[in-house]
Design a protein around this ligand. Structure first.
Ligand code: MBD
Ligand code: FE
Length: 280
């Protein structure tokens, strides 16, 4: 019998921070670009302070809170929940193929690879409604993309991600499925539950102080890639699910909502969703 184990803000936050630092990020922005962006961001903050007559008490509270975000390892969480969706919007505004969404803080590259039809790694008694997620990957020119990689990762029925919560097998509910010659894939998994972001850390403190809620709708994360094509990072949601209209991370788009139907073989649900990749 599986028991619910709590993922503390500090534990999942520090894993996310470590993972991100390993990525080794370098933007080669010019001095002019850095000057412009930094000046505008700082100027926007000044503007908020003047307009709202921010007090020293509030300034000190902000300072303590910003320090705490770092100590809790919650910068990846904070940025991906409240900022990334606008970066994604700007980055992909010219795409003609399938729309995507934000990556979020819990992607891990290098998940186990499977051919065309596979069940994501999961526990023998993995709770949740079985879901068959199937489809085809093509290019915007209509060409089927065989050998494309469909990477999927998602939370379990309790809302926990492997490698960011204690007690889960390393690659639980994470896998890479390689499409067949016709670009087709079939992924057997379970439907994830809505996800409550950790609320015992600095981000949770902001949420309760502001009277917000901490929930994201149930979602599947995906990265779809093929040689000579632009990678799509996406998330898919479930029609009628809680928080689909009220995602704290503002990462839901109408085209990203699935409507699964009872599976032909009688076990759980199935849904078809196709990906169209822009040329690189
Ligand atoms: C998640 O699972 C997620 O996808 C995002 C964007 C932010 C926090 C947790
Ligand atoms: Fe997520």
């Amino acid at each position: 019998q599986l028991t619910e184990q709590t993922a503390t803000a500090a534990a999942s936050g520090n894993s996310a921070t470590e993972r991100f630092l390993e990525k080794g990020v370098a933007a080669d922005s010019s001095t002019e670009r850095v000057d412009k962006l930094a000046t505008e961001v700082i100027g926007a903050v000044h503007e908020v302070i003047r307009r709202n007559k921010v007090t020293y008490e509030e300034y000190d509270a902000l300072k303590a809170w910003l320090i705490q975000v770092g100590l809790d390892g919650e910068w990846p969480l904070f940025l991906d929940v409240w900022i990334e969706h606008v970066v994604e919007e700007v980055a992909n505004e010219d795409r003609e193929g399938t729309q995507g969404s934000i990556e979020g803080p819990y992607y891990v590259p290098g998940s186990p690879e499977f051919q065309a039809e596979a069940t994501l790694p999961m526990r023998d008694d993995e709770p949740g409604t079985p879901l068959l997620f199937q489809g085809q990957v093509t290019s915007t020119s209509g060409q089927p993309l065989g050998g494309a990689h469909v990477e999927m990762w998602h939370a379990d029925d309790y809302g926990y991600y492997s490698q960011y919560a204690p007690g889960l097998p390393e690659w639980n509910l994470r896998g890479t499925v390689v499409t067949d010659e016709q670009g087709r894939f079939k992924i057997h998994t379970i439907q994830p539950a809505p996800y409550q972001i950790p609320h015992d850390g600095a981000c949770g403190k902001l949420i309760s102080a502001a009277g917000w809620h901490a929930w994201r709708p149930a979602h599947l994360h995906l990265k779809v890639s093929a040689p000579d094509h632009q990678l799509i990072t996406s998330q898919l949601y479930f029609q009628g699910g809680d928080y689909v209209d009220n995602d704290i991370a503002q990462a839901v788009k109408p085209n990203l909502i699935l409507n699964p139907t009872p599976a032909a073989d009688g076990t759980g649900n199935e849904v078809t969703y196709n990906f169209v990749l822009d040329p690189a």
